[in-house]
Design a protein around this ligand. Structure first.
Ligand SMILES: O=P(O)(O)OC[C@H](O)CO
Length: 448
């Protein structure tokens, strides 16, 4: 473990009358840090796609550029898991900004050094590196949330935080337009978001903190008098890597169920999103303008949808994440069927389906992350969430590009939609199994 990342030491407890005001102030401050910190990761996650049309003009094929771009998803899937376990033993105040600055540095290099965009192999390697550093974003946010918000508050806080990626995902095209206006240079797509990310990394560093104990505060369970049924004082000690994997992650059956469900949730998330410009243009005869708006609405409809899902999961389903996921994924699957079967010439229905799918899909994406955080003790939370991310990206996201793409090539769009709809059904089945096991697990813990 690099010593600069090591967790901040615990400080002597502050006076009792200072605990509440300090907790309240720091929770706001830290939340702003992780919200904008993670949003900034999305500034340099997808911005390469904006440069792709200009690279096509330089002679690169779409397929080869797609291959280079896949370097990010492949690396990110592994990294979210592996760096998640490093993050569980690291100070998020250092870890998150460090990863963000390194991911942005890769984009600056690609933007300013002509050699960096001279071949597919070089671009793949650099994008792979960027994807690896991207994996240093989610886990420190997860670690922060489980240390600063108690179990009863987590549905709400995680769902609000989870909107960060929708907020960040919409900004790169605007920064690119600004860069084009200032410099008339397409490489602004690479360096403008990178400058934005570095600025936010510095702000995140100023705002974030490690554990409450490192600020002289009691653990959140004590402060909120909200103890998980299986809470143990040992949960306040940092774990070894072996303990995290062998004791808390790999033997956890529920975590395996949600990781498998995540494959199919991500298949729909990215299958619909990534193919919407092509599908809407080829089959529904949308113009570039209207399909871009459909893409934008899909992302931003995710914000109210995620908030509703978090609220319902806490208040209506009383914390049963699996049951909430079943409802949302069943509705997403139905909306996907309508999107597929709606004949060309009804753009309002297609647009409505994109908005409804965007509204519904990000709730389950958030719930799986939240559920993973809850299925492991605080000190193993990042690894648990990273484990589901590994399945989501290597299984779902890669399948969304490759399997859906090849199916469309060989069997047409009907084949592609059948794959995605089958994925939706499997997600519902797996979340249903999760729901049953979750209730059983809770009953067992209550009896113990
Ligand atoms: O796909 P990721 O890893 O950026 O995660 C997106 C959401 O934050 C999941 O909770």
């Amino acid at each position: 473990m690099l010593s600069i990342f090591k967790p901040a030491a615990h400080r002597p407890r502050v006076a009792a009358d200072r605990v509440d005001p300090l907790y309240r102030r720091l929770r706001w401050q830290i939340f702003i840090g992780i919200f904008f910190g993670y949003a900034a990761y999305y500034l340099v996650r997808k911005n390469f796609a904006l440069a792709m049309p200009y690279l096509v003009e330089q002679g690169f094929s779409r397929g080869d550029l797609g291959l280079a771009l896949s370097g990010i998803s492949i690396a990110y899937g592994f990294s979210k898991f592996i760096m998640g376990s490093v993050s569980d033993r690291s100070n998020p105040r250092i870890f998150l900004p460090a990863g963000l600055i390194m991911a942005a540095a890769v984009m600056l290099f690609m933007g300013f050094v002509p050699w960096a965009t001279s071949s597919i192999a070089v671009m793949f390697v650099l994008l792979f590196l960027c994807g690896w550093f991207q994996g240093m974003g989610w886990p420190p946010c997860g670690r922060t949330m489980v240390h600063w918000w108690s179990q009863k508050e987590r549905g709400g806080i995680v769902s609000i935080w989870n909107c960060a990626h929708n907020v960040g995902g919409g900004i790169p095209p605007l920064l690119f337009l600004l860069g084009m206006a200032w410099f008339n240079d397409w490489k602004a797509a690479l360096y403008m978001p990178a400058f934005g990310a570095i600025l936010i990394a510095l702000i995140a560093f100023a705002l974030m903190r490690d554990t409450p104990q490192s600020c002289g505060l009691p653990p959140i369970e004590e402060y909120k008098n909200d103890y998980p049924v299986d809470y143990d004082e040992k949960h306040e000690q940092e774990f070894t890597t072996k303990q995290i994997f062998m004791q808390y992650v790999l033997p956890n059956k529920l975590l395996w169920y949600i990781a498998l469900a995540n494959v199919f949730v991500y298949l729909l998330r990215y299958g619909i999103l990534d193919w919407s410009p092509t599908y809407l243009k080829e089959v529904k005869h949308f113009t570039l303008d209207t399909s871009s708006w459909a893409y934008f609405f899909y992302e931003y409809a995710g914000i109210p949808g995620t908030l509703l899902c978090g609220w319902m999961s806490d208040k209506v389903f009383k914390g049963n994440r699996g049951a909430t996921g079943v409802l949302f994924m069943a509705l997403v699957t139905i909306a996907t069927v309508i999107y597929w079967l709606n004949p060309a010439g009804n753009p309002g229905v297609d647009m409505a389906c994109m908005i409804i799918i965007g509204f519904l899909i990000y709730g389950p994406v958030m719930l799986i992350g939240l559920h993973a955080l809850e299925l492991a003790p605080k000190k193993a939370a990042g690894t648990a969430a990273g484990f589901t991310g590994l399945f989501g990206y290597l299984g779902g996201s890669v399948a969304a590009s490759a399997i859906v793409g090849y199916t469309v090539d060989y069997f047409g769009w009907d084949g592609g939609f059948m794959v995605m709809i089958a994925g939706g059904v499997l997600a519902v089945v797996l979340l249903f199994i999760t729901m049953l096991n979750e209730s059983k697990h809770k009953r067992e813990l209550n009896q113990a």
